[in-house]
Design a protein around this ligand. Structure first.
Ligand code: TXA
Ligand code: MG
Length: 342
């Protein structure tokens, strides 16, 4: 079934239209500071189901619930643990999702059978206006078709979601560009489930204790190992091209690509390197060593490779620490974990 999709500016009228649709149990797409999301009233199970249908998302992958005020927490969580309070004070509103004990009002469909729920208070003015106007805490995954790179522009949402939902609000490109940092405070120790703009070091500083790194973040889960954050187990962020990450210097990278010229490869490289890699087609994804800049462009760059029709792609390797950890985490998934040490 195809429905008519309206793409409209995220102005006052757009926000009012989005809020009305959410209250009616519909789903809509909207910008956040991280990536674009598809929102549904988190207390309305049949509305939340529409998100899974529109994205083609597996039912066992839980959704994040978005709020615009701490006062919205009662009913959504059964407890607001002390560690969560510290993190909220340090990073909310902002790109941090905190996994907490689930409250009774969250629709089962959000939680995929878990007794926890991820809560985030975004900072983007449009999301905040829509939450305020609708009065809904809303579940919102990234607004891509399941398995595709997350969208960071309204146009990319349109490409994936046109005909699948009634409204896309256009608020321009996203400032952060990768999805929120996800941290769990339900176990004995705090655990980082997904790296983002807020880094491991940021979390440890705010909590005053060590934060465990979930093993799925920097490498492929071993066969039979259980992902503690279900989203980490899926093939993800993947363009159509076969990407291989080459871990080494620029000179080593260039030599490797030249040695494989017969494959007709393209390059996913750092800003300013494209001209030096001629005649190979290149997409530049941010300044070398600058995780925040790379985060902002990585998903658009992965989509650009597809738009160019590239089949074999060699990618420069980001650092694995700080904000770059988020980029490395997304890129190894896009590359199906193919990393060659040069
Ligand atoms: O920045 C973001 O977080 C964006 C924007 C739209 O807010 N949303 C987003 O949602 O990235 P999504 O559904 O694409 O990613 C949610 C991630 C998944 O990896 C999921 O497995 C994990 O968070 N997650 C959600 N609830 C969880 C829970 N209760 N326990 C463990 N992991 C959870
Ligand atoms: Mg996603």
């Amino acid at each position: 079934m195809s429905i008519e999709t309206l793409l409209c500016p995220a102005d006052e009228a757009g926000v009012a239209r989005a809020a009305a649709l959410l209250r009616q149990g519909e789903i809509i797409a909207l910008p956040t500071e991280t990536v674009y999301g598809i929102a549904a009233d988190a207390r309305n199970g049949s509305a939340v189901k529409k998100i899974f249908a529109a994205k083609g998302r597996p039912q066992d992958n839980p959704l994040i619930v978005h709020i615009d005020d701490i006062n919205m927490l009662p009913g959504l969580v059964s407890e607001f643990p002390e560690r969560a309070q510290l993190l909220a004070a340090a990073f909310w509103p902002g790109p941090l999702t905190i996994i907490m004990p689930r409250g009774p009002e969250v629709a089962d469909e959000c939680c995929a059978g878990l007794d926890t729920v991820g809560i985030r208070m975004p900072s983007h003015p449009v999301v905040r206006q829509v939450i305020e106007a609708s009065g809904c805490a809303f579940a919102a995954p990234s607004a891509n078709l399941s398995g595709k790179p997350s969208p960071t522009t309204a146009q990319d949402v349109w490409t994936d979601m046109q005909g699948r939902l009634p409204l896309i609000l256009d608020g321009g490109p996203c400032a952060v560009g990768v999805e929120s940092t996800v941290v769990s405070v339900v176990g004995e120790k705090p655990v980082l489930f997904r790296p983002g703009y807020i880094t491991l070091e940021d979390l440890e500083r705010a909590l005053g204790e060590e934060v465990e790194l979930s093993p799925a973040i920097l490498e492929k889960l071993a066969e039979g190992e259980v992902a503690r954050s279900p989203g980490m187990k899926y093939k993800h962020y993947a363009p159509k091209a076969d990407i291989t990450i080459l871990d080494g210097t620029f000179e080593q990278f260039k030599a490797y690509v030249e040695a494989h010229a017969g494959q007709d490869p393209a390059c996913l490289c750092f800003t300013g390197e494209g001209a030096k890699l001629a005649p190979f087609p290149c997409v530049e994804y941010g300044r070398e060593g600058d995780g925040a800049d790379q985060s902002k462009h990585i998903f658009r760059s992965l989509r650009a490779l597809d738009e160019q029709g590239d089949r074999v792609v060699y990618a420069r390797c980001p650092r694995k620490d700080g904000v770059s950890m988020a980029v490395y985490n997304r890129l190894i998934r896009a590359a199906a974990f193919r990393v060659v040490a040069l």
